[in-house]
Design a protein around this ligand. Structure first.
Ligand SMILES: Cc1cc2nc3c(=O)[nH]c(=O)nc-3n(C[C@H](O)[C@H](O)[C@H](O)COP(=O)(O)O)c2cc1C
Length: 168
């Protein structure tokens, strides 16, 4: 398996749990909290074949706080030619018009840095109405709803990882 870096931002632990589950399922993954991400971290990106970025959505469609502070760093990251896959947690019932918006925010920043986004997923099985995390009818990454569909999380992660492995 490709050498993988997972960077997550999580306010109450949901996205961190997903990040750690993903890391367990991959053979060669480093997991980093975005709070520990700095200019020096950017220099190490070149040694990874695949970069996974995970964030929750807060406010109404806002990027998780720790990620929000580091978004400028992501925009400047040396990601040209790199494959980046995204995962996000959200609550589709309470926030149907901004469900996993963070996926869209991270995608735009990573693309600005030259990355190619892989790992888009179907919106089937979700009840949201609007999402900045959807482009051309697909989520820009893995969408997890621990608040309403926790029973689907394990299977969603497993399916997504298969797709990612096939794409690297
Ligand atoms: C005040 C508040 C605002 C939220 N806003 C959104 C939102 O706009 N969109 C969304 O999908 N989820 C929203 N959520 C749900 C969280 O994103 C969800 O619970 C997530 O799993 C939290 O992940 P974390 O613990 O990793 O930060 C919100 C939750 C709270 C409490």
């Amino acid at each position: 398996m490709a050498k993988t870096l997972i960077v997550f931002g999580s306010s109450t632990g949901a996205t961190e749990d997903v990040a750690r589950s993903i890391a367990q399922a991959l053979e060669n993954a480093d997991v980093v909290n975005v709070t520990d991400w700095n200019e020096d971290s950017l220099k190490e990106l070149g040694s990874f074949d695949l970069i996974l970025l995970g964030a929750s959505t807060w406010g109404i469609g806002d990027l998780q706080d720790d990620w929000h502070v580091k978004l400028g760093l992501l925009e400047q990251a040396p990601l040209a030619g790199k494959k980046v896959a995204l995962f996000g947690t959200g609550d589709q019932e309470s926030y149907p018009d901004s469900f996993v918006d963070a996926l869209g925010i991270l995608a735009e920043a990573a693309e600005q840095a030259g990355a190619t986004i892989i790992g888009q997923t179907s919106t089937e099985g979700y009840t949201h109405e609007e999402s900045r995390g959807v482009r051309n009818g697909l989520f820009l990454g893995l969408a997890i709803d621990q608040d309403n569909q926790a029973e689907l999380t394990e299977e969603r992660i497993a399916n997504w990882i298969s797709t990612i492995k096939a794409a690297v």
